[in-house]
Design a protein around this ligand. Structure first.
Ligand SMILES: [Zn+2]
Length: 287
C-alpha cells in the first residue's frame, strides 16, 4: 500500500506542501549554493530558511524530534566551523529530472562502494573526464573510505543511500533517521562535509524519508532511466537501455555493488563514449 495514502495530513500540512512544491525550484537553487557555502567562510546560511518558514514549521514538526547524535555531535575534525547542513524545503516527491542541465545527463551509481567494481567505474569516468553521482550505503562506505575520497577527489558527488539498504517505509521514523544519519556521518567524517543528496533504497520513499532527509540537509533524487543492471541482463542490454533513455536532464540508475556488477562496469565503457559522441554532456548537479 502506498504509505502516502496512509498518512493523514492535516489541512495546514497540505498547504505547507503546496508552498514547498512552489518553492521547489528555489530550493534546488539554494541547495546548489550549499556546497559553495561550505567553502565560503562567513557566508550567510542562505540554504537555511528562517524559523517559521515552511521547512522549519509544521512540516518539520510532524516528525517526532528525538535527540540526534548527528546533530548533537557535529563532526569537527575536517568540518569548516561555519558550515551546517541546510534544512531544505520538504518535498513530497523525489526529483526525477534536474532543471537547467541543457543537453546534459546525470549518471548515478548506487549501493557501493565495492572494491571489485567501483574502481573500474571511476577509471572509465576519469578517462572521459566526466563527473557522476555515487549513492553509497554506509555499511559499505565505512570500510572503503579510500574509495570515497577517490570519488570526491575526482569531483564526483557522494550521496546517501541509507546504511544497510532496507525498505525505509517499513521502518519506524527513528530507525529511518538512524539509517540516514549514520551514513551521512561516515561521509562527513571522510570527506569533511555531509552529503547534499539522498536516494531511498528501491526508490521506496515515504513522508518520513523526505522530512528526515530535508532535516539532514539533503535533497531526494530519483532517476528516469533504470538500467536494471542488477539483474545482470547482459552488457549489451544495459548499454541499449541507457542509449534508448538518453535525453536532456535524464538521470541514469546503475549499480557498482550488491552483486556481480562486471556487466555494469563494462557497459559504462561502451555507453559513456556513445553518449558523448551524440553530443550529451555528463554532469552533476552543482553550481
Ligand atoms: Zn540501492
Amino acid at each position: 500500500m502506498d504509505a502516502f495514502k496512509k498518512d493523514q495530513m492535516i489541512p495546514g500540512r497540505r498547504a505547507v506542501l503546496r508552498i514547498a512544491a512552489v518553492l521547489g525550484a528555489v530550493g534546488l537553487t539554494r541547495l546548489l549554493s550549499a556546497g559553495e557555502a561550505a567553502h565560503t567562510p562567513g557566508r550567510p546560511a542562505t540554504a537555511s530558511p528562517p524559523a517559521g518558514s515552511p521547512a522549519a514549521g509544521p512540516g518539520a514538526a510532524a516528525v517526532p524530534r528525538r535527540p540526534s547524535s548527528y546533530r548533537l555531535s557535529p563532526m569537527t575534525e575536517f568540518q569548516p566551523p561555519e558550515y551546517r547542513p541546510a534544512r531544505l524545503p520538504v518535498r513530497r516527491e523525489p526529483l526525477l529530472e534536474l532543471p537547467d542541465l541543457g543537453r546534459s545527463m546525470v549518471l548515478t551509481f548506487d549501493d557501493g562502494p565495492d572494491p571489485h567494481y567501483t574502481p573500474g567505474v571511476l577509471k572509465t569516468l576519469r578517462r572521459h573526464d566526466v563527473r557522476a553521482m555515487f549513492f553509497v550505503c554506509g555499511e559499505m562506505a565505512t570500510g572503503q573510505r579510500d574509495l570515497l575520497r577517490e570519488m570526491a577527489d575526482d569531483g564526483h558527488v557522494v550521496g546517501n543511500h541509507s546504511w544497510s539498504h532496507p525498505e525505509l517505509p517499513k521502518l519506524r521514523p527513528g530507525r529511518i533517521r538512524a539509517e540516514m544519519e549514520r551514513t551521512s556521518e561516515v561521509i562527513e567524517r571522510t570527506l569533511g562535509r555531509p552529503p547534499a543528496w539522498f536516494r531511498a533504497p528501491y526508490g521506496a520513499w515515504n513522508r518520513h524519508t523526505f522530512e528526515i532527509g530535508a532535516d539532514l540537509g539533503m535533497e531526494p533524487l530519483a532517476w528516469t532511466v533504470d538500467t536494471l543492471d542488477w539483474k545482470s541482463p547482459g552488457t549489451g542490454k544495459i548499454v541499449r537501455s541507457v542509449m534508448d533513455g538518453a535525453a536532456p536532464g535524464a538521470v541514469v540508475l546503475s549499480h557498482d555493488a550488491g552483486g556481480d556488477r562486471s556487466q555494469s562496469v563494462a557497459a559504462l565503457r561502451n555507453y559513456l563514449p556513445g553518449l558523448l559522441s551524440q553530443g550529451y554532456g555528463i554532469t552533476v548537479p552543482r553550481p
